[in-house]
Design a protein around this ligand. Structure first.
Ligand code: DAH
Length: 357
């Protein structure tokens, strides 16, 4: 569903009738209308636009015309977020401890993939989407319960598939392909088509990674698992001597595409804009993206990657807290983190368990 106005979504979320699944808090609701990705001079908006521009260039090279959208309602149904995308019924994301539910049928989307099928159904065949996603998480410098994802999809019809880069399989796949290829769910797929799709995915995303990180950053592809793609891959880059996962991708399940009445060959990818921006701009703490401080906001310029210049902060103070848990066993740490966020906002930098008696 396309968002009408952002304050609309806040009112709507506030007016939902609470039930036993409801766990969305007022500090989360206050983030719903902030649209950091719409500000072209904010690091999240800058990275988003860099990626949109890279994909728009494919059109000039006679490739598909990728259209870009970012005006989506963050409230989705349980079906859209999980069922349609083949998530198993016992997946942890479906629980109150991991996701923000409005009621037992609707939640704040946990990933932008939830918005892919509706666009495929509408007939879009090459598009990028971005928006805010919500997950209950711990309190530290790399986790925040709201963050931003950008996803891309390309669906091939019988003509476009033969016009792609060919079947000259890129080397990272040769060793993995045999293992992933025979998954039950994709067995019926035309092997040549699968090679075309994977090859196109590889060259598009390698082009994007080189565009973002330069020619010299080491990049590797690992096989992994997502319920909605087979085979599935994670792309990692070497950053400060550590391999960091920056993008998930794969060949979309044919069953999902059939349910959207679309041709059955296509790829998708998804990436976290905060993670990319933290690497590119050297931003050390994910909470800075939400800063209203001009010393943060005025540092950045349209279409430019610049290095973050730290500004003064309150000196740290440490507090130990202890409390009793009742015996019902229904305590989950994410509820404590939400309570702390409610009361102290982003002033609390880190919460660690010291001891359990
Ligand atoms: N939805 C995944 C996540 O939140 C990211 C992702 C992986 C999106 C692979 C995709 C994809 O579209 O094909 O971790």
């Amino acid at each position: 569903m396309v968002l009408e106005t952002s304050s609309n979504v806040v009112d709507r979320v506030k007016s939902v009738k609470r039930d036993s699944m409801t766990n969305v808090t007022s500090s989360i609701i206050s983030k719903l209308d902030q649209r950091l990705f719409s500000n072209p001079a904010h690091p999240i908006g800058i990275v988003k636009n860099l990626i949109y521009d890279r994909f728009r260039k494919f059109k000039n090279s006679n490739d598909e015309d990728f259209q870009c959208f970012d005006n989506f309602d963050p409230v989705v149904s349980v079906e859209e977020n999980f069922d349609v995308l083949c998530f198993p019924s016992d997946h942890v994301g479906r629980s109150r401890s991991d996701s923000y539910f409005l009621d037992n049928r609707t939640l704040l989307r946990t990933h932008m993939t939830a918005n892919e099928p509706e666009y495929i159904k509408q007939g879009h065949r090459a598009f990028l989407i971005s928006g805010d996603v919500y997950r209950r998480d711990e309190i530290d410098s790399t986790h925040y319960p709201v963050f931003h994802q950008l996803e891309g999809v390309r669906i091939f019809d019988d003509q476009s598939i033969t016009k792609t880069v060919g079947t000259d399989f890129p080397s990272p796949f040769n060793e993995h392909f045999a293992i992933n290829y025979d998954y039950e769910t994709q067995r019926g797929q035309d092997k040549l088509a699968l090679r075309h799709v994977t090859t196109d995915l590889y060259f598009k995303l390698m082009g994007l990674m080189r565009h973002l990180f330069g020619e010299n950053t080491p990049i590797r592809w690992q096989t992994c698992f997502f319920p909605f793609t087979t085979p599935s891959f994670e792309i990692e880059i070497l950053y400060r001597d550590r391999w960091i996962e920056v993008c998930g991708c794969g060949v979309l399940q044919q069953s999902i595409l059939k349910d959207c009445n679309a041709p059955v060959n296509g790829w998708a990818f998804g990436l976290g804009l905060e993670r990319l921006a933290m690497i590119l701009f050297d931003i050390p703490d994910i909470r800075l993206f939400w800063s209203q401080d001009e010393r943060f906001l005025n540092q950045f310029q349209l279409e430019k990657i610049t290095k973050f210049v730290p500004f003064s902060k309150y000196p740290s103070t440490f507090r130990d807290m202890s409390f009793w848990l009742n015996e019902s066993g229904d305590f989950d740490a994410n509820s404590l983190f939400d309570l702390i966020r409610q009361k102290a906002g982003d002033m609390v930098e880190d919460v660690k368990l010291v001891k359990n008696y």
